[in-house]
Write a protein that binds this ligand. Structure first.
Ligand code: NAP
Length: 484
């Protein structure tokens, strides 16, 4: 199979916060990989901007180090890094003052596609948007890219949206949720809407329930201060898990077009029922072999912030009424994995008799690691001894099925940045989507606050609090194991 890399138009990309952690770990190495792949044409410019007083040479050194450390061992032809570095420039800019803006304006070429990546805290979004207009750098075709967290509740998200909307149209705003850039996440749409096999069964008549798990083994060490102000609900559920839920549950859009897809996702969020308190379990991890407990890493020794959450959700529409969605995410869990399991109902009647046991199909979609899909099918257990049934996996690892090309697919940030340059918003969250997700999330968080809810402790590197097992067991179901 030959991978097709379609070069984009030459562009100017300004990365505000170009010296920060996100730029060094993701954005700059991602751009280099796309350059190696032949997708970034000569004549483009990538301009780092931050308050630090660096010249272009110093910033190129930072870019070189970032590529070497975080480039994933990408090797390119000799001289490629030098050619990439020739595209790199730097301007000292203060988002809150006037320093550097006039100089930056001389570097941004309006006749090209231009994009401004706000890789800074959300408190600076409004300042940057205002100055881009005041210093006449942006036009109707300019794009701005903003990072999560996009607010911490509905009110702050609305304020952020309003501060951007003063200066940019919604069609120019690219809100990144890097989960949407993952290959397998997009595959959810391909699997559902590109195959006849699944969609007719994709409803409450045939699907018993759906599980979505995003588990990490790491704790909050090193970023406890930030994490303790958000917790699993704000950090993971409101954005990443909600997006996965939308892609799994949405109606087929009429076409693969930004607003058509995002309209359907929004309908899912709006159809979410409020979650009953007994359908949510919050947890906080205890000390493990090599890491202290959650509270040791945060400033507040009596913190009530959750590092784990499990919940049962219901979508009130014709397709999903009666099919629960169980979501689970947390830190210091047994394995690092993100997967979705669609558990189909048992066959209505077994012609093989009671001895054959109960069997059902399950479709597991692994987002990471080892992206792929497994479909459990029921077959006859080989050998003599009558008709005994057994479930066997039809297992497809994308890496194996697609060969070397699968290893070379762009990572989420690479894909999303190229989509910004192409002007394709399909994989970015729209303002009303973000606000709807916060409106639903706020109700739950307000409930915890009103009840002074305290998270349950759970063992480090376990599957979470026992209450989470009990919650799903009350429905006669079990969580699928957290494993890679
Ligand atoms: P960071 O390491 O603290 O970097 C912040 C960058 O912004 C630095 O380049 C800093 O450089 C610049 N900056 C700060 N104040 C500025 C100002 N007034 N004017 C111009 N530049 C300014 O932060 P980060 O981890 O890269 O995160 C950036 C944003 O992405 C945050 O909103 C974060 O929540 C989000 N995010 C980060 C990650 C990640 O993996 N790091 C993942 C998802 C989302 P100077 O101090 O020299 O100005």
């Amino acid at each position: 199979m030959v991978s097709r890399v379609i070069p984009v138009e030459p562009f100017d990309l300004v990365i505000f916060g170009g010296t920060g952690d996100l730029a060094r770990r993701k954005i700059l190495p991602g751009l280099f990989r796309r350059y190696c792949a032949g997708q970034i044409p000569d004549g483009s410019m990538i301009i780092g901007a931050a308050r630090g007083d660096h010249d272009a040479g110093e910033f190129r050194t930072l870019v070189t180090e970032a590529v070497q450390e975080f480039g994933g061992g990408r090797t390119c032809e000799d001289g490629t890094l030098d050619a990439f570095l020739a595209m790199i420039d730097y301007v000292t800019v203060d988002a809150r003052g006037d320093t550097g803006w006039a100089e930056l304006a001389t570097k941004v070429r309006k006749e090209l596609v231009n994009a401004f990546y706000f890789s800074v805290g959300p408190g600076l979004f409004g300042d940057l948007a205002e100055r881009l207009q005041r210093f006449d750098m942006a036009d109707d075709d300019s794009r701005i890219v903003v990072e999560k967290p996009f607010g911490r509740d509905l009110e702050t998200a609305k304020a952020l949206n309003a501060s951007l909307a003063k200066h940019f149209d919604e069609t120019q705003i690219y809100r990144i949720d890097h989960y949407l850039g993952k290959e397998t996440v997009q595959n959810l749409m391909a699997v559902r809407f590109g195959n006849m096999l699944f969609e007719p069964l994709w409803n409450s008549q045939y699907v018993d329930h759906i599980q979505i798990t995003v588990a990490e083994t790491v704790g909050v060490s090193g970023r406890g201060g930030y994490y303790d102000k958000s917790g699993a609900m704000r950090d993971m559920v409101q954005n990443h898990l909600m997006q996965l839920l939308c892609l799994i549950a949405m109606e087929p859009p009429a076409k693969f077009d930004p607003d058509a897809v995002r309209d359907e996702k929004l309908k899912v969020i709006r159809a979410l029922e409020p979650v009953e308190p007994h359908h949510i379990v919050r947890g906080q991890y205890s000390a493990g072999d090599d890491e202290a407990d959650y509270r040791t890493h945060v400033e507040d020794p009596s913190s009530k912030t959750e590092s784990f959450i499990a919940m049962k959700m219901a979508i009130s529409n014709w397709r999903w009424a009666g099919t629960p969605f169980y979501l689970r995410t947390g830190k210091r869990l047994k394995a690092r994995t993100s997967d979705i399991t669609v558990v189909f109902k048992d066959a209505p009647h077994s012609i093989f008799g009671a001895k054959a046991g109960q069997h059902n199909n399950e479709l597991r979609i692994r987002l990471q690691p080892n992206e792929g899909m497994t479909l459990d099918v029921t077959i006859k257990e080989p050998g003599p001894g009558g008709m005994r049934l057994v479930d066997v996996p039809l297992d497809m690892s994308f890496a194996e099925a697609l060969g070397p090309d699968a290893a070379d697919v762009p990572d989420a940030y690479e894909r999303l940045i190229m989509d910004v340059i192409r002007g394709n918003q399909t994989l970015f969250m729209r303002g009303d989507e973000v606000e709807a997700a916060w409106a639903w999330t706020d109700l739950i968080i307000e409930g915890w606050q009103a009840r002074a809810d305290v998270p349950k402790p759970y063992d480090a590197l376990s599957e979470g609090p026992t209450d989470a097992m009990a919650m799903i067991a009350r429905d006669g179901r079990i969580w699928r194991p957290i494993k890679t």
